[in-house]
Each structure stands twice: as structure tokens, then as C-alpha cells.
Design a protein. Structure first.
Ligand code: PLP
Length: 369
């Protein structure tokens, strides 16, 4: 026991000394430039009312599912929501998860085995890395968005080969070249999996759908905790892959299923998304205003995630403090979430941010850097 406590204190002390200790803070920000609520759905009273009316009609949705999906946890509401998600996205099937983390963990831990190869973009989300680790397959990273490097690795890959990318990278704010990735993986007989966590909702049903690539990949993952303002995720795929995951994906099988409220809210979320097309247009206007300030960033036009880097950690900390003094909450991304030396301020833009807020934000950033 004593040994464990000493070990933990030492590791925590290391974080304090390096200035990258993680701490939980209640979210009491006035001006939100850090949440993933891109369309403002989480704080939308009309959306809240829609869910509330539903709960009032059927309070049983509020309590637990009573078991795992394969025992008592697959309710009619869950099956109907999965069927309607599949119809909406024009895919054979959808499988719901409590989070994007467990969706990725399920996919990568079960689809590859020892002797297989998983090629991941170097900036892929941690959930994919953890899934790869559980699979026992060989994992190689390719340089970010570098198709030549990916091709070199595809030539050397052994066994079945999976390739993992995000359509919009969460810590970079740039896009993957999806069309080229689909062509190259098809050429080498590898299976592409696209994580649409940050694109879903911002661009309709995601970028794979927009580019009509959904049915040329093995699976896409959409999450409901970001633009949809809820919680949970779905894997969109063929019926065969869904059947396989139901049989072999341990993070899906060995856990209590979410209650009906999750499934019903997601269904209502799709209705709300279809009725609120102006939110994504407002978001694009806000992004344009931010980009017009011509700050140095490698994030791309159109992305609601804009990162400010190439400055010392101390400068970034001073900037974040100055922004906070004006009530603006941003996220300072430190190692190990990103490589040491590439710390950055991650600005998330929203449909509900005002022109005045963005003007203040960009003027303070310009003043400090
Ligand atoms: C790219 C990406 N994939 C997956 C996830 C995990 O999704 P969730 O928050 O629903 O677990 C995140 C969350 O931050 C993400 O950014």
C-alpha cells in the first residue's frame, strides 16, 4: 500500500514540476470558447423542452436499463433509435454506445488481432490508441495527413490492415484528405475507419456523408456529446460488422446498457438538427470573423477548432489568464495531450458566440502574441 502511495505522489509531483498537472474545475465560464457545444444545442431551451416533454410522457426513461445489451438492456427505444440512425445516414446498421471513447475502444480492440496491422494518423484520438493496445495487433503511426508516409506503411503492413483517421482533428483543427484516403486504402485492400466526432452536426451528418464516402469505408464513428449537445456515440457500418461487434467487442458486451433517455434524446437530437439548419450557418459566420483577424494558426478555414501555437508555454499561460480576466474560457493544451513543445491554446467557436466576443478574443490574442 505504502509503495503505491509513494509512486503516485512522485508522479503527481513530476506533473507539478513540469507545469502540466491536470485539475478538475467546475465550468462557470461566462464566455465559452472551450466547449464542444458548437451549435449551442446543449444550452438551447427549445431542445431541452423537447426532451423534457418526452420525459414527462414517460418517466420510466429516467431510470436504468437493467442489464447489458445482450441480456436485458436492449429496449424497444434503443432498437428503434439504432434503426432510425441507420436510415438517416443511409447505412445498413448503427450501433449505439455510451461514448465515443467506448465506440473506438470496441472497434479497434475487436477488429484486429495479433499479426494484423493498424495504421493510425499520429494525431488520432487516445481512444483509438487504447483500442489498438487491447487488440494485440501491431500499431504504426503515419505522419499527420501524409499520404506518402501512409502508402509506405501500407506496403509493409502484415495481416489484415486497418487505417484510422479523424475527419476533423480535435487538437489541430484541420481536415483529413478523406477522398484520397479512401482511394489509397481501397488500392491496398485496407479498411478505413473515420472518426467524425468533431464534424458530425457541424457539417450535417459528417464529412464522409458530405463527400459520399460513407459506403466505401468499414465504419464511421459519430458522437453525440459535441455538436448534438447530448452524450453517447454510434458506429455506422454494414450489418455484418454490427453483428461481429455484438459478438466480439468486449467494451460493448460487458457493461450495463444506457437507459432509454439516452436513445430517445439522440432520436430527438436528430429531429432538432434537421429543424435547425441556421445554427451551422451562424457558426460558419463566426469562424469567418475569427479567420479574418488573420492570426497565425495552422487550423483550417471552416473549422470550429482554431489553435494558437508556436509560442512559449509561459506566453500561452499569460494569454489564457488575460482572456480569463475578460470572462473568456479557452483550453490550454499541454503535454502529454500534445507533444511537449507544441503546447497550444485551443479556441472552440460556437454558433452562439457574438461578434463582440470574437472581436475581443482576437484583439487580446493579437496584443499578447
Ligand atoms: C476525435 C475524438 N474521438 C472520440 C472522442 C471520444 O468521444 P466521447 O467524448 O463521446 O467519449 C473524442 C472526445 O474528445 C474525440 O475528440
Amino acid at each position: 500500500m505504502h509503495e503505491h502511495l509513494t509512486f503516485m505522489s512522485q508522479l503527481l509531483l513530476n506533473r507539478v514540476e513540469r507545469g502540466n498537472q491536470r485539475k478538475l474545475k467546475a465550468n462557470d465560464c461566462r464566455i465559452d470558447f472551450f466547449s464542444n457545444d458548437y451549435l449551442g444545442f446543449a444550452g438551447d431551451p427549445a431542445f431541452q423542452q423537447l426532451i423534457w416533454e418526452n420525459v414527462k410522457r414517460c418517466p420510466a426513461q429516467l431510470t436504468g436499463s437493467t442489464g447489458s445489451r445482450l441480456i436485458s438492456g436492449t429496449s424497444r427505444a434503443t432498437s428503434e433509435t439504432e434503426a432510425s440512425i441507420a436510415r438517416e445516414h443511409g447505412v445498413e446498421s448503427a450501433l449505439l454506445f455510451t461514448s465515443g471513447y467506448t465506440a473506438n475502444l470496441s472497434l479497434f480492440s475487436s477488429l484486429a488481432q495479433r499479426g494484423d496491422t493498424i495504421l493510425v494518423d499520429e494525431y488520432i484520438h487516445r481512444s483509438v490508441h487504447d483500442g489498438c493496445m487491447l487488440s494485440m495487433a501491431q500499431k504504426w503511426k503515419f505522419q499527420h495527413n501524409d499520404l506518402c508516409h501512409l502508402e509506405t506503411l501500407l506496403k509493409k503492413a502484415k495481416g489484415k490492415c486497418l487505417v484510422a483517421v479523424e475527419s476533423l482533428y480535435s487538437m489541430e483543427g484541420d481536415f483529413a484528405p478523406l477522398k484520397e484516403l479512401v482511394s489509397i486504402t481501397e488500392r491496398y485492400g485496407a479498411a478505413l475507419i473515420i472518426d467524425e466526432a468533431h464534424a458530425f452536426g457541424v457539417w450535417g451528418y459528417g464529412l464522409a456523408t458530405q463527400h459520399q464516402l460513407q459506403n466505401r469505408v468499414l465504419a464511421t464513428v459519430v458522437t453525440y456529446g459535441k455538436a448534438m449537445g447530448l452524450h453517447g456515440a454510434a458506429i455506422l457500418t454494414q450489418q455484418l460488422t454490427k453483428d461481429y461487434l455484438v459478438n466480439y467487442a468486449a467494451p460493448f458486451i460487458y457493461t450495463t446498457a444506457p437507459g432509454d433517455l439516452a436513445a430517445v434524446s439522440i432520436s430527438l437530437g436528430y429531429d432538432h438538427l434537421k429543424q435547425n439548419t441556421t445554427a451551422s450557418a451562424c457558426l460558419q459566420e463566426i469562424i469567418k470573423q475569427f479567420r479574418n483577424a488573420a492570426l497565425t494558426t495552422k487550423s483550417m478555414a471552416g473549422s470550429p477548432i482554431q489553435v494558437i501555437e508556436h509560442y512559449s508555454l509561459q506566453q500561452l499561460e499569460e494569454l489564457q489568464t488575460a482572456l480569463a480576466a475578460e470572462g473568456m474560457a479557452t483550453y490550454l493544451v499541454k503535454a502529454p495531450s500534445v507533444k511537449a513543445g507544441s503546447e497550444r491554446i485551443r479556441v472552440c467557436l460556437h454558433a452562439f458566440n457574438s461578434e463582440r466576443e470574437v472581436a475581443l478574443l482576437t484583439s487580446i490574442i493579437k496584443h499578447y502574441l
